[in-house]
Design a binder for this molecule. Structure first.
Ligand code: C2E
Ligand code: CA
Ligand code: CA
Ligand code: CA
Length: 279
């Protein structure tokens, strides 16, 4: 039994070493990718479920590495958080969104809002609010066009500090959305204190919303709840028209998902936007 225990330990530490190695590989390549402008943001539309109009977009990080191929954000972000690269990377992501907003305004004369994912470490970094204020001033865009997507899990360590930061951000005019809603543990008591303007119902509840009574009950309750609270509500991960129809009937105003569009490279997204808006 002892020998078995030991070999199992060796197995685990080898696995850990592999993991550490993967981290180091991704981290050094990611650092270079950021310096060499190999990173891109893709944009996924958020649509009005009743009319199909594109009302906003979510920016999603994409990286194609010559050596590693496509590396998903779920692999990249934790590595960037671990080594601290997230601070520079996060800044680049926000600046890139601002350049997109600015560029679209320059070419069309219209303002268009973009939602950006913020990582825990980025959000908790002292000076995050000031940095954002500085960036939107530099690009000369209204802060209300930048919507920060936060998750409940980022609030858990120090709820007081998280609320303070959210208040500072909303005071400066930034919009805040609570992402992956339903997967965390936020009590309604906390939610009342969060200065958020939008909830994004996680795909986990959307996938079977048309055939699972529990998911349907949760979705419907959320429609009522957000109405009372004056929050806007987005359903994530809509892939099929039955889900779309069902959510629309339930009173969901906005949605996002492959049914409407996959995340698109910037130029393709702008073209889509122009055809939809009839510009
Ligand atoms: P998320 O913020 O919940 O983003 C939604 C994810 O669902 C995206 O995956 C998107 O491509 C995918 N998705 C959209 N519609 C559908 C659909 O209809 N069906 C399915 N199956 N999936 C759909 P992605 O781009 O791989 O991003 C994964 C996660 O990585 C994001 O989850 C977010 O937490 C994080 N992430 C992505 N970009 C960034 C970023 O720029 N910064 C930070 N901090 N995190 C990011
Ligand atoms: Ca998101
Ligand atoms: Ca989400
Ligand atoms: Ca997520």
């Amino acid at each position: 039994a002892k020998r078995q225990g030991r070999s199992r330990m060796c197995y685990f530490s080898a696995e850990l070493a592999d993991k550490a190695q993967e981290y180091l590989t991704i981290e050094s390549k990611l650092r270079r990718a950021l310096e060499n402008s190999e990173l891109q943001l893709y944009y996924q539309p958020q649509v009005d479920l009743a009319t199909g109009d594109i009302v906003a977009a979510e920016a999603l990080l994409r990286w194609h590495s010559d050596e590693l191929g496509w590396v998903s954000p779920d692999r990249m972000i934790p590595v960037a958080e671990e080594g601290g690269l997230i601070i520079a990377l996060g800044r680049w992501i926000i600046e890139e969104c601002c350049r997109t907003i600015r560029g679209y305004h320059r070419s069309s004369g219209n303002w268009f809002p973009i939602a950006v994912n913020v990582s825990a470490r980025q959000f908790l970094e002292p000076g995050f609010t000031d940095e954002l204020v500085e960036i939107v001033r530099f690009y000369d865009i209204p802060p209300s066009l930048l919507e920060l997507e936060l998750t409940e899990s980022m609030m858990l360590d120090d709820v007081g500090k998280a609320i303070e930061t959210m208040k500072a951000l909303s005071f400066k005019g930034f919009k805040i959305a609570l992402d992956d809603f339903g997967t965390g543990y936020t009590s309604l008591a906390y939610l009342k204190q969060f200065p958020v303007s939008k909830l994004k119902l996680d795909r986990a509840f959307v996938t079977d919303v048309h055939r699972d009574v529990n998911d349907a009950a949760i979705a419907e309750a959320l429609v009522t709840f957000t109405r009372v609270m004056g929050l806007s509500l987005v359903a994530e991960g809509i892939e099929e028209s039955v889900q779309h129809e069902c959510l629309n009937l339930m009173g969901f105003r906005f949605g996002q998902g492959y049914l409407f569009s996959r995340p698109l490279p910037k130029d393709q997204f702008i073209s889509l936007l122009e055809t939809k808006l009839g510009v």
